[in-house]
Structures are given as structure tokens and as C-alpha cells.
Design a protein around this ligand. Sequence first.
Ligand code: RUQ
Ligand code: CUA
Ligand code: CA
Length: 642
Amino acid sequence: MSDIMKQESNPSGATGMGRRRFLNTAALAGLASVAACAEKPDSLPAAQAAPAADNAHPGTAVHLKPGELDTHYGLWSGGHTGDMRVLGLPSGRELHRIPCFVPDALVGWGITNESKQVMGTKPDGSLQYTVADTHHTHASYKDGNYDGRYAWINDKINSRVARIRLDYFICDKITELPNTQGFHGIFPDKRDPVDPAINYTTRVFCGGEFGIPLPNDGHGLDDTDAYRAMFSCLDAETMEVRWQVLVDGNCDLLATSYDGKLAATNQYNVENGVHYEDMMSVERDACLFLNIARIEEAVKAGRFKTFGNSKVPVVDGSRKANADAKTALVAYVSVPKNPHGVNASPDGKYFICSGKLSPTCTVIELSRVLDWFEGRAEKLDDAIVAEVEVGLGPLHTAFDGRGNAITTLFLDSQLVKWNVDAAIRFHNGDKNANYVIDRLDVQYQPGHVSATHSETASADGKFLAVGCKFSKDRFLPVGPLHAENEQIVDISGEKMVLLADHPTRGEPHDFIIFKRDLVRPKQVYDLDDSPIAVKDPKESSVQREGRKVTVRMTSQAPAFSLREFRVKKGDEVTLILTNLDKIEDLTHGFAIPKYNINFIVNPLETKSVTFIADKPGVYWAYCTHFCHALHLEMRTRMIVEA
Ligand code: RUQ
Ligand code: CUA
Ligand code: CA
């Protein structure tokens, strides 16, 4: 084991004062090589030992018997695959993937007309984008807890937000943010800032990470001082962008308060740098607090601009325009060097901002931020009620609902469990306040962490999942790219107990975990969900209007309602297929060889595809989803006449 590894795996107590330092470039380079180096298996640290008997507690069983159901759902960002993963927890079994930003041949996502409409197309009908980089996923709230209506997920590459309906587990809307590049953090609000009757999510906030010229139309290319980033607010129902706030620095992760009044985003680039050295050149960056009611008043009063072709009102959230608390829309709270995650504690009192390049977490009391906005406090920095060392490379924080925070330490490869109240006492001079309760080595370099109902008022501290960016020796090698390691940890006792490793293909990022009874997934569609449904096999038809041909068809195991259909070479064919099987899970597929078409239709679901019949011949369109003993026989002939 290398010395640096040993030093990093210090399992006990608060970090020594000797380690209190901000990381510089050289230190980071050294530590990065620890993460990346291919060490021989025998030189790696031993796996986590089984907990000693006195640490043992009833805990969480991850190994379910065959047929046993998980108690929780997990909604996971899929990363590069542009989809949302649905896991059963605590087993970690993957149940489903909901395609959002990237085509998918099971669902026919990006292939059917309906999905293309959601994804967005170019004038020629092809998809606007086919790549994505999803990071964060969060769900809608009511009364401080998830309400099972919607989830949202971001695409950082093309600044898009996808909404998932949690009844059908499908993506139903995608919005592309204007004036934004590198859209990173996302978080729904938890209630209305003004109207107490609206105790559920009506807005979704989005943080833009990269500064760009505004509008980004070819002007000001090298005027990097004028590059700016944007914070956006979407309407949760319509998914339209309501307003934006132009900020100095950048937005990264997001959190929202339980009273709806504040949203926060951490900044690692107050320097407005364009190179990484510039971005880490000052010792303190910021955590921004946005006063939602004031921003919406400013928009109403017409105090906004627009940029380029976008009609979205943009208010001024720059430091200069927001120095006066009485009128400020945004408060810039100073936090240490290049912070990462910001997370809202379940008691509604604090936002915790992780230091990343500083070994600290900063605890910011929300009522004090509001005091500043409302003229009751002079100094904004008084809102910082603790800034305590937790270990090297703190990134994200989960909560157990018992006053403890659990933070990932990327460089230390650890989870640290610390008590927020004790940290505040320590910060106020009580050096006997031992705020660090436990440390657990994880394998390795953890990023995201989330616990059962972690960022809700119902956080119950049962178990958590931690997304480790490197698995090194934990799984069979599969070429140069190793699996990442998602670990399940029991947090129900004082000591954290590692329960299981799960390999996952990179790079999944963030997730939420909630009780299974929060959602009631529908088992069959309603025929009326689609305005073009073919409700009876007798309605099956092939209709021609000039060169446009519409083929209407149904499926019922083991047959399609048309045994064949004829079109002419060069026709534009629209094929509409309704699955009239009504039994849950009796799904059929529909593929046409050489025409790049494949999709499924679930019970009573309707989908359509449009294509040019440019290749004459016989094409057996067949069922691609095993449905019946005669599944292989379930086919129809598309005959394309020359
Ligand atoms: S952020 S590892 Cu997009 Cu994932 Cu913190
Ligand atoms: Cu229908 Cu297989
Ligand atoms: Ca910085």
C-alpha cells in the first residue's frame, strides 16, 4: 500500500489539524494518480472487515429471497446513456431504464413519432441530438416529501431537462434551456414562496455551469470577462422556462428550502476563469441564495432583459446589482475554495455546502439568510453557523433524519458521518464537541451519496447508496474501462456498515431513494391516451393520399390485424399500431428489417412511425418482444412494389 493510501484511510476521529490545507494543483495531481494508477491486486487495501459484534444491529437485508420484493425504489441518473435507471433497493437490482435524451430500441425511443416529438427534431425529421450526459435526478414534492408525480433529470451537454411521469415511468417532456451551457444542478421547489396553499412542487430550478457570451451568436468570442452563466426556473407542469437569473461566477449543484423561499447554488468559479488554474486561484468562492419571491416580483415589474431569439425574461443577479439587501434578488455567501454539492438538511434549517478543495463543510442557516434579505441582519456571512473539517475532498452530503450528515470524501475514499449540531458547537468554540461520529472506507473515490428519503422532511436513516467513481480491484476486469462501484451502506445504527457492492457502467452520478408505496405505477395504458388509437381490429386499413400512405393496425397475441400491407417504392408511410391486449405486461414489439424500425407497444398503448419506403421487396415485420407461444409466428408482410 502506498503511503498516501495509508494516510488517506485513517479511519478514526476528526482529521488532524496538520491536514488542514487547501489543495493546490500539485497535490491534486498526486491524488488523482492514486485514483487512476493500476496497482497490483496484492498491494490494494483489504476489503472492509465485517462489523464487530458490538457494532452489529438489525440492519438492512440486501439479499432478498427469490420472489421477495424490495422495499424502496431508486431513481438513478444513467450518465452517458441519457436515461433514468430504476432500481429496487436495498437489493440494488436494476428493474428498468427510462430513455430520455438518447434513442433506445426497446421502447422505440427516438424511432416512434411520439418519442421524436418529445426529444425534438430538425426540419428534416431527424433527431436534434443523440448524445447526453445526465447527472442529477430529483422528484416532485408535497408537504416536504416526494409525492410520486414526476421526476426530472438533466442533460449537461445540450442543456436539456427531461420530465418523467411516475405513473407510466416514461419521459413525457423535454425542455432545452436558452442562454445556457453546461446545465448541471437541478432541483424542484418544495412549495410556493408566497401562497401557503400551494404546498407542492410548481417550479424546477436549473443551474448553468459554463459562462458564455450572451447571446452566444458569434459576438464577443474573446471577451471572456463578459462570459456569464444562467440560473433558470421552469414551470413544473408546462415545462416552459419561466425566468432566468444572470449570475457572476457559475452555478453548479442546487438545493431548495422547505418553505419555498430560497434556492441555492454553489459556485466554484467566482473568478469567472476560463482555465482551471484561474478557477482555483482564490481561497473562497460562493454559495448563492436566490430569493424566489423577489425574482418573480422583478419579472412581473418588467425589470428584465432578453437575449437573442429567446423571449425568456432574464433578471440581473450580478454581485454589483445585488449588494443592497433591501433590493437584492441574490445573496452571495462566501464559502471555501471550489465547493461542490449543496444539500438541504431535512429539518429545514440548513444548507450544507461541501468544500471540495477545502477539507471542510460549511453549514449555512437559512433563517439568517432571510434575515439579511429582510434587513434584520447586517452581515450576510453571519449566516455561516459552522465551517468544520470533515476530511479531504468533500463532495456531496446525505442525511439520516436524526441530525447527522453523511458526506462523501472523494480523496479520502470515505464516508464521514458528522453531527450538525455538534459541528455548530465546535465552530462556536466548544472544542470538546466531537462532531465526527464515524468514518467508513468505501471503494473508491465516492462522488454522490443519497439515503432513504434523504433530501425530504421524511429522511428516515435506513440505508444509503454511494456512487464510487472507481472500483479498481472489486470486479472482474472488462478491458481498460472498469465498472464503477455503487455501494449500499446500512446507516440505521451509530456505525455505518457496508452491505454490498454493485458494479455499474459509467457514469451514473446522482440518485434518490424512496419507499415503494409512494408510487402506484399503472399496469396498462388507456386507449384514449392516444388520439390516433386503432380501437378495433376492424378499423385496420391502408389509406393513400398521393404519396402518403397511412397503415393502421392492431396487435393481439399471436397476430397483427393486417397479414400484409402493400405500398409503392417512394411512398411516405405512417404506420400506427395499437396493442389491444389488455393484460399487464402483454407487450408486443414491431420491427421492420432494413428500415431501422423497432419499438414495443404495451397493453392498450398506441405508437406510430413514419418512413420512406425506399427499398422494394418483401419485408417481414415481426414481433420483437416475447409474448406468446406463437411469438415467432407473429408477423406481417410489408410488400414494397417497385
Ligand atoms: S456532480 S460527483 Cu454532476 Cu455528479 Cu458531484
Ligand atoms: Cu407479439 Cu411477440
Ligand atoms: Ca474558485
